[in-house]
Design a protein around this ligand. Structure first.
Ligand code: NAG
Ligand code: NAG
Ligand code: NAG
Ligand code: NAG
Length: 156
């Protein structure tokens, strides 16, 4: 573990800062993935195209989901380094919780599943998935959640 690791750790951990220090909301527990399923084979390597694509995707996801009612599914890059991802809030949480979770999940996931090519992370308020395979996200896969009912309202 070099200094870079420490710096990266701090930067990533600060994705959780709003949860830890946020106003009256003490629901910080919600930003720790309850069931992070981090793949342990076929890991991507540091500075690989997959990592670059993933990092770019993680920056985009919460922003796009925020303007899309708390749900966003997309892919970025070209095969074999294309990354498919989905982020969404659960419908029984309010918009403040949703927004906080979207950003905390996208900013913090690399801390929980470093170098995992495929991740399925369930949080108290939202979920985040990514994979190098579109198969995990096809509509035939019943594990793909549907758009939350309240998302149609556009949040906020
Ligand atoms: C939030 O604070 C209340 C009151 O202090 C406490 O009962 C509850 O367990 C806290 N929740 C979390 C997730 O820390
Ligand atoms: C975790 O993900 C792998 C695919 O990466 C899947 O085969 C496995 O069933 C998942 N485990 C759980 C508990 O969901
Ligand atoms: C959202 O829910 C949390 C937890 O129940 C609550 O503390 C907060 O006041 C709610 N925020 C809004 C805007 O309803
Ligand atoms: C792949 O990454 C995971 C962490 O996400 C780690 O636990 C695992 O040991 C890594 N596997 C290999 C083969 O390096």
């Amino acid at each position: 573990m070099g200094n870079l690791h420490l710096i990266v750790f701090i930067l990533v951990a600060c994705g959780l800062c709003p949860a830890a220090f946020g106003g009256g909301d003490n629901d910080s527990r919600g930003y720790i993935p309850a069931y992070p399923n981090c793949s342990t084979t076929d890991n991507y390597t540091r500075n690989s195209q997959y990592q670059l694509n993933l990092n770019q995707l993680l920056n985009i996801l919460p922003v796009e989901a925020k303007s899309n009612g708390g749900f966003y599914r997309t892919s970025l890059g070209a095969a074999p380094d294309e990354v498919f991802a989905l982020i969404m809030c659960y419908s029984d949480r309010n918009w403040t919780q949703c927004e906080n979770c979207l950003y905390a999940a996208a900013n913090g996931i690399s801390l929980w599943c470093p170098y995992s090519r495929t991740v399925d992370a369930v949080y108290d308020t939202c979920l985040l998935r990514y994979s190098g395979s579109s198969a995990s996200f096809s509509t035939a896969n019943t594990n793909v959640p549907t758009r939350p009912a309240w998302a149609a309202r556009g949040g906020s």
